[in-house]
Ligand binder design. Structure first.
Ligand SMILES: Nc1ncnc2c1ncn2[C@@H]1O[C@H](COP(=O)(O)OP(=O)(O)OP(=O)(O)O)[C@@H](O)[C@H]1O
Length: 226
């Protein structure tokens, strides 16, 4: 579960200060898919990076899997992120010289898990997004949608409960995007909490909840009472 409480964040570049997020509270529960939408520059990505512990809020609190992460020391934050949070970006970020299974196993191996265990875990994660048949292929031989499903498996591998995705279908045609959404929904059904930043109404249509931001605040929230 993700709980954001009154988070705010501003950026300063030179003399100019931008209040990117102005106090957002949002709880996303296990087994739900939340779409965060809104015009360019309204603060969606900033909100997602705070939810994932990639940058702290100036004010407000962030809880992931029952732990307040915005005040954790760096080493603990790093460990908590690796255990509980998976990230997916528009451009997949797969390592081209590694096979699909090696890509998915990489975070666990870097974390000290034995190769055998990490690979077994990777195969399970690939199965949960319907990509187990591609385990020995290389990213360049896959379509964009397939690569994104591998990236989803990597984010989820090891049972990470919170999947944060920034425009995961932004580079895909509608058929590939639909397959990525199928995979995301199957992770949600197996209990993951997913939060997606998107401009794509097709994603919003399949979300359990749509949060629309405007100028750093939540303007509309279909799940406000949930
Ligand atoms: N590192 C940064 N330094 C300075 N300003 C930033 C930085 N990152 C974002 N901003 C500014 O903060 C505001 C919110 O940006 P953010 O990327 O969160 O919006 P967004 O809704 O995700 O936009 P998009 O849909 O275009 O990705 C914008 O005005 C942006 O220019």
């Amino acid at each position: 579960m993700l709980v954001l409480d009154g988070v705010a964040r501003r950026y300063r570049s030179g003399e100019v200060e931008v209040q990117a997020v102005r106090g957002v509270s949002l709880t996303a529960r296990e087994g739900t898919l939340t779409a965060v939408m809104g015009p360019s520059g309204c603060g969606k990505s900033t909100l997602l990076t705070m939810a994932g512990g990639l940058q702290p809020p100036d004010t407000g609190t962030v809880m992931v899997a029952g732990v307040r992460i915005d005040t954790l020391a760096e080493a603990e934050l790093y460990q908590h992120r690796r255990r509980h949070i998976g990230y997916v970006f528009q451009d997949y970020n797969l390592v081209r010289i590694l096979s699909v299974a090696e890509n998915v196993a990489l975070p666990a191996e870097l974390d000290g898990m034995s190769r055998r265990k990490a690979r077994a875990q990777a195969r399970e994660a690939l199965a949960s997004v319907g990509m187990e048949a591609y385990a020995d292929r290389y990213p360049d031989s896959l379509s964009g949608g397939q690569q994104q499903r591998v990236a989803l498996a990597r984010a989820f591998s090891g049972g990470r409960g919170l999947i944060l995705a920034d425009e995961p279908t932004g580079a895909l045609d509608s058929d590939s995007a639909a397959q990525v959404l199928d995979s995301l929904q199957s992770l949600v059904r197996s209990g993951a909490t997913c939060v997606i930043v998107t401009h794509d109404e097709a994603v919003a249509a399949r979300a359990d909840r749509v949060v629309r931001m405007r100028d750093g605040v939540v303007g509309e929230d279909t799940g406000a009472a949930a």
